[in-house]
Design a protein around this ligand. Structure first.
Ligand SMILES: C[S@@+](CC[C@H](N)C(=O)[O-])C[C@H]1O[C@@H](n2cnc3c(N)ncnc32)[C@H](O)[C@@H]1O
Length: 219
């Protein structure tokens, strides 16, 4: 596996800034995951970011910024989560590592990316991580408590394509850059955007926010 030991200190510092408690084993797994992305990037075409330090900040720490909010919401409940358009597993793999009570399915339309997730699950011993090769609109799977996405689609497409996969009472969590006013305005009236949360990503100047949505009829 690629040596990621020089990234341990910056990762620990980022976790501390996010006030995120992570065990040594979780830090080890996050670094090992980064090592697997670096090792297999050319084969699986996972990310355009090549520099390991940039990968740490732009992908791993960016995904980690979602974890405090998710822990607050899950409060230790064993929830089923789908990360749609997960690509190389962002944020799905990071969530599976940081919260073992979540059962995480990473769905992607590209077979190689779903294979990479299965490989990560096997190599890191993550029994709560699954890779599914499917367009999400054709996915056959039991319903989920939470559906996340990062750099996947507009809020309208994200919610429309995945609505049939929500359990009663389930919610969507969309990771976005700048506050997406136009995308929010395009959502149908039967959806409730019940929280828009600013995220601070240590080391990133860019704006980030998290959009919490649920169906009004099932809220
Ligand atoms: C820009 S990438 C983002 C990957 C990852 N979430 C990230 O933040 O790095 C978008 C991903 O969505 C996948 N995708 C696009 N349309 C899809 C669909 N209808 N169902 C499942 N995956 C899809 C693509 O194959 C691609 O891997």
């Amino acid at each position: 596996m690629t040596d990621t030991s020089t990234l341990r200190e910056p990762l620990l510092a980022a976790a501390q800034t996010l006030k995120l408690e992570l065990s040594d084993a979780q830090i080890d797994k996050l670094l090992a995951y980064l090592g697997l992305i670096q090792k297999w990037n050319k084969v699986y075409n996972l990310t355009a970011v090549r520099d390991p330090r940039a990968m740490l900040t732009q992908h791993l720490v960016d995904s980690l910024s979602l974890v405090p909010a998710l822990r607050r919401h899950a409060a230790g409940r064993p929830l089923r989560l789908m990360d749609v358009g997960s690509g190389g597993g962002l944020p799905g793999v990071v969530l599976a590592i940081c919260d073992p009570t979540l059962d995480v399915t990473c769905v992607d339309a590209v077979a190689k990316k779903a294979s990479f997730i299965k490989q990560v699950a096997a190599e890191l011993g993550l029994a709560n991580l699954h890779g599914e090769h499917s367009r999400v609109e054709q996915l056959k799977a039991p319903a989920f408590d939470l559906i996340t996405s990062r750099a996947f689609a507009s809020l309208l497409d994200f919610t429309a394509l995945t609505r049939s996969h929500l359990k009663p009472g389930a919610i969507w969590l969309a990771m976005k850059g700048q506050h997406p006013a136009d995308e929010l305005a395009a959502l149908p009236a039967d959806l409730d955007v019940f929280h828009v949360e600013q995220l601070q990503v240590p080391g990133l100047e860019a704006q980030r926010c998290l959009i919490w949505i649920r169906p009004k009829t099932e809220g």
